[in-house]
Ligand binder design. Structure first.
Ligand code: ADP
Length: 552
């Protein structure tokens, strides 16, 4: 800017100086010309007057004074010249000033010398005898005049250039300073010269527009963040090159991302999973891909979808769905079906065997009642098993739709003890109910089932001693314990006995009429009521099952 201003001013100065110089030279030129002509005409006049008295000889007297004097005859022959020998000089009849003098009495001409720096001015006067007296002098030419003024012009130009530099610096500063001090947050409050006002207004308008757009973008980003933050699914947006553009909290957790801002990193730096890499690659190539991948202990279904614009893939949307529970449940279902088939097969095989013996007449008549008893037992076991399976599947499928009512666990314990009292007595086991009323909100049939199974097990796995059912209201929970003095459960089995069909000792369970589903029903029932389960047991000493159910 400073340079431009400098050159603008310098150019203006140069042009001004040239014009001014030209004018001065022209005026000076005119001035000197006029003076020389006046002097020449006066000189010619005086010389002519003097020659009237002294004749041509007078010229000899004034030879070498000033200027040049030439006397030309009527035919153009040079009669006298005070600078050169007249006889050596050519005929002057064709000289314009001589012609002018001969024709009009006086003539003049001006010729520039070879060096161009001087011009010769000739003034000729016709004498009364017809001869022509010519006087001449030299004056500076235009070039000479210009050269005369050039040093001054250069000095003035140098001074003006310095002044232009100083002015340019000052002007630049005064132009730029207000621009540098523009407050971009409040442009209209900036104090500046008038010419800046349109710029300031434009900045203010642009700023307003920019703020509006930024705000709009922020709102959209916030909406997007709020939606994706609360998503359970992991969501990643990748560029066409596989660079992470953004990811939600779930995606961070799934990929164990530690950095505050992983944007800008390649997806492969977050996970080296081959299937994931494949899915991303096929999405980049424009094909949607779905894969099941395993990350740590979890299984995810990933969907990589290409994001296109104008037929071109611009990026990839990567979605992680946690399928661990679903797959685990499926696995458990498969396992359960296999177990059920196996459990059903055993009593059915036994029934079929006895029935076949009787049917084929291979059984001795005396054995038939025994076989029929066995068939009865196995059928009974089968029925129990089917009943337990039905109970469990009911709990699995529509437990949530059953109506909850206030249930007093103490009263329930008394009922359960009453229904199992005979069985306990048959085995010589005492059955005791202790404690206080503890009311919970629950489904009576499910709670009854839970309690029945616990007490039934306590009797089944005890050979002697006492089975004690205790109830207590403890703060916001009702606690029920079933303690026996039976065979107990080895520590290594304690974690697994609540699994479906898990038994510590299969034959003991079978002989006692167990189905392997009792504790699974207990666990399901307690969890359905939002409660918790506990077990303390030591082999040979007995077990204590403890359930705690919230009262509200
Ligand atoms: P089961 O029908 O075989 O009794 P459960 O699911 O009720 O099936 O119990 C699973 C296993 O836990 C039983 O087979 C048994 O080995 C063990 N068990 C359950 N209750 C007791 C208890 N009170 N004392 C000792 N062992 C027990």
């Amino acid at each position: 800017m400073r340079t431009r201003i400098f050159w603008s001013i310098s150019l203006a100065v140069l042009v001004s100086i040239l014009i001014l110089g030209g004018c001065v030279v022209a005026l000076e030129y005119q001035d000197t010309s006029r003076d020389v002509w006046t002097a020449l005409s006066a000189k010619a006049y005086y010389l002519a007057k003097a020659m009237e008295d002294g004749g041509a000889a007078y010229l000899e007297k004034v030879r070498g004074y000033s200027g040049r004097v030439t006397l030309v005859d009527t035919d153009g022959t040079v009669l006298f010249d005070d600078r050169e020998l007249a006889s050596n000089m050519e005929n002057h009849a064709s000289r314009p000033e001589i012609i002018g003098a001969m024709e009009n009495g006086a003539g003049r001409d001006e010729r520039v010398s070879g060096t161009m720096h001087e011009r010769s001015l000739y003034y000729a006067l016709r004498l009364p005898d017809g001869k022509v007296l010519r006087v001449s002098d030299t004056a500076a030419s235009v070039v000479g005049e210009t050269l005369r003024f050039l040093p001054w012009m250069l000095v003035v130009m140098a001074l003006l250039a310095a002044a232009a530099g100083a002015i340019a610096t000052r002007q630049t500063r005064s132009i730029v300073a207000p621009i540098n001090t523009i407050d971009l947050d409040r442009p209209l409050e900036t104090e500046a010269y008038g010419e800046l006002s349109p710029l300031l207004r434009r900045i203010a308008a642009l700023k307003g527009e920019l703020s509006r757009q930024v705000e709009e973008l922020r709102q959209k980003q916030d909406e997007f963040d709020t939606i994706t933050r609360n998503m359970e699914e992991g969501l990643l947006l990748l560029s066409r090159e596989g660079i992470v553009i953004s990811l939600n909290q779930s995606a961070r957790e799934i990929l164990h991302v530690q950095e505050a801002d992983p944007a800008g990193r390649h997806i492969l730096m977050l996970s080296r999973n081959v299937a994931l890499e494949e899915a991303v690659r096929s999405a980049v190539e424009g094909r949607r891909a779905e894969e099941i991948i395993e990350l740590g202990q979890k299984k995810y279904q990933i969907t990589a979808s290409p994001s296109t614009s104008g037929g071109e893939v611009q990026g990839v949307v990567l979605l992680f769905l946690d399928e661990t529970d679903k797959m685990l449940a499926e696995e458990k279902r498969r396992e359960f079906s296999a177990n059920v088939s196996h459990e059903l097969k055993t009593p059915l095989t036994a029934i079929y065997g006895y029935a076949e013996l009787i049917h084929n007449g291979m059984a001795q008549p005396k054995d038939v009642p025994g076989f029929a008893g066995c068939i009865c037992d196995e059928a009974n076991r089968l029925l129990n098993l089917v009943e337990d399976i039905i109970k469990l599947s009911r709990l699995d499928e529509r437990g949530g739709s059953l109506e909850k009512l206030p249930v007093d666990l103490y009263a329930l314990a008394l009922d359960t003890a009453a229904s199992l009292n005979t069985r306990a007595r048959e085995k010589g086991i005492g059955l005791l109910v202790e404690g206080e009323a503890a009311t919970v909100s629950g489904v009576p049939s499910i709670l009854g089932e839970v309690l029945y199974n616990l007490v039934d097990n306590a009797i089944r796995y005890s050979e002697k001693g006492l089975v004690t059912i205790r109830t207590a209201a403890q703060g916001e929970a009702a606690v029920l314990t079933v303690a026996d003095e039976g065979i107990g459960i080895p520590p290594e089995h304690q974690d697994r006995i609540f699994e479906r069909f898990y038994r510590v000792d299969k034959s003991h369970s079978r002989s006692g009429g167990g189905t392997g589903l009792g504790l699974a029903i207990v666990k399901r029932g307690v969890l359905f009521h939002g409660g918790s389960l506990g077990l303390e047991s030591s082999p040979g000493k007995g077990s204590v099952f403890r359930i705690s159910i919230p009262t509200i």
